[in-house]
Design a protein around this ligand. Structure first.
Ligand SMILES: [Fe+2]
Length: 164
């Protein structure tokens, strides 16, 4: 999956992007790893959680544009999963329709960090995205909804550190 995305990234140009390629790509890898860790902690499927996070800013990564990126991600998710499934032979299991739906739905709502979601993978994405931005050096705004997510996640991981 990552190699398919990486192949597309290699063809991109840095011109006219709101967000540099390196930042978007780094955020993809770091949220992917954090997702697996948090999924293990929450008894969720680490592979699915990893996919949700790896894909969450795919629109921004591939277009350089941020506006409505969660809503617009579907096209790329469907394309890339189809390419992946076509090329998985016996050694890797394909991504199911149900998993694809979970990925799309989680990503659609991820920009709204204030709202709590019923879908555990959508919640995980919001939490991981918030923490990852903090770890990358961004200060979360008090009204963004990120702050309580970061602090609750750190507490759940037994990390004695409060972000204010
Ligand atoms: Fe995003």
């Amino acid at each position: 999956m990552l190699s398919i995305i990486h192949r597309r990234v290699n063809k991109l140009s840095e011109t006219n992007r709101e967000i540099p390629i390196i930042w978007s790509e780094m955020h993809m890898y770091t949220t992917l790893q954090l997702a697996k860790l948090v999924a293990l902690k929450r008894d969720l499927n680490p592979e699915l959680a990893g996919l949700v996070c790896a894909f969450h800013d795919i629109y921004t990564l591939l277009t350089g544009t941020h506006k409505d990126h969660g809503l617009l991600a579907k096209k790329y998710i469907v394309e890339i999963i189809a390419e992946y499934n076509e090329n998985t032979r016996d050694e890797l299991s394909p991504i199911t329709e149900e998993e694809q739906q979970c990925i799309i739905e989680s990503i659609k709502v991820h920009s709204d960090k204030q709202t709590e979601e019923e879908n555990a993978y959508a919640e995980l994405l919001k939490d991981v995205d918030s923490l990852d931005s903090y770890l990358a050096g961004f200060t979360p705004g008090h009204s963004s909804g990120r702050l309580p997510r970061i602090n609750n996640l750190l507490t759940s991981l037994n990390i004695d550190h409060t972000v204010e």
